[in-house]
Design a protein around this ligand. Structure first.
Ligand code: ADP
Length: 273
């Protein structure tokens, strides 16, 4: 006997209670609202830790829409998104995946780091990213029309540095896209301060450290200091860890495994905080 199940464990379906804190850095809120009213697929481009996930949480709350987030990785397949048959006791039941769930219920589906997923994921979302707005479920042999409120959002870390997967131009062209980057110092200090309640002066120092390291391109870091790392350091300082230790473990150590690089960065940070 085959039944239909509407939930998939392991994905985050949420209707936020309190508005998540999000500090706009440009016109992204306005742009997103327009894209949302046109139900256009939306791509958030930018390095890790620059507020992309926080932005979409904030927008879902602002637009009063349910948000389903899938963190894509190299094993994420179209089956993970669309759904699969599972055996439960003596029954075989169909389990909707997060994409199918979002398409049916009219949620925002956020595919975080979509370029990391297997290529069949991109194929699966094609017909949802154009005028058809429909999903083909091959295992059920049926096509479903997206709920009018369904919206597809994806994030992508452009491969301007080594080691990142690219998104095909033909796929990128299916999305309206906005770039996220490290905010200007005043804004970033505001974010760090708001997230952690540390002293303004300490927030500014952390942001100075972040910017100093970001400018050291000769170190060849795969990823540089994100706002997330600065927020983490601020949280540790707020919890009472000495400032230098907080910066060492939250900012320097995550950046590199090269002892010389780590030692040079620690010295630099010690001079700045
Ligand atoms: P991404 O999804 O780009 O990897 P996140 O959205 O998870 O990054 O952001 C990491 C952290 O940085 C957040 O938890 C938040 O503390 C902080 N952050 C970065 N940008 C902003 C912003 N514009 N407003 C509020 N918080 C931000």
């Amino acid at each position: 006997m085959i039944n239909s199940v509407e939930q998939k464990p392991g994905t985050k379906a949420m209707m936020a209670q309190k508005a998540p804190y999000y500090r706009p850095v440009g016109k992204e809120i306005d742009v997103f609202e327009h894209a949302h009213s046109c139900r256009l697929p939306f791509l958030l481009k930018g390095p890790t830790g620059t507020g992309k996930s926080r932005f979409i949480e904030y927008m879902a709350h602002k637009l009063n829409q349910n948000l389903i987030t899938v963190s894509c990785h190299e094993e994420t397949s179209s089956t993970d998104l669309i759904g699969r048959y599972i055996i439960k006791g003596a029954e075989t039941i169909w389990m909707d995946g997060p994409l199918t769930l979002a398409v049916k219920t009219g949620a925002i589906l956020y595919l975080d780091e979509v370029a990391e997923a297997r290529p069949d994921v991109v194929v699966a979302i094609h017909s949802l990213t154009d005028h058809r707005r429909e999903l083909f479920i091959d295992k059920l042999g049926k096509t479903i029309k997206a709920h009018p409120d369904f919206m597809l959002v994806a994030s992508f870390n452009p491969g301007y540095q080594r080691g990142f997967k690219e998104l095909k131009p033909s796929t990128r062209q299916r999305f309206v896209a906005v770039s996220f980057n490290y905010p200007e110092p005043r804004v970033e200090a505001d974010i760090v301060q708001n997230e952690t309640n540390i002293l303004d002066a300490d927030a500014k120092r952390l942001v100075d450290i972040g910017n100093k390291i970001r400018n050291l391109t000769e170190l060849g870091l795969t990823e540089t200091v994100s706002t997330r790392l600065l927020v983490d350091a601020a949280k540790l300082i707020r919890s009472g860890l000495p400032k230098r230790s907080a910066v060492h473990v939250a900012v320097v150590e995550p950046l590199s495994d090269d002892e010389e690089v780590i030692s040079a960065l620690k010295d630099l940070c010690d001079l700045m905080i």
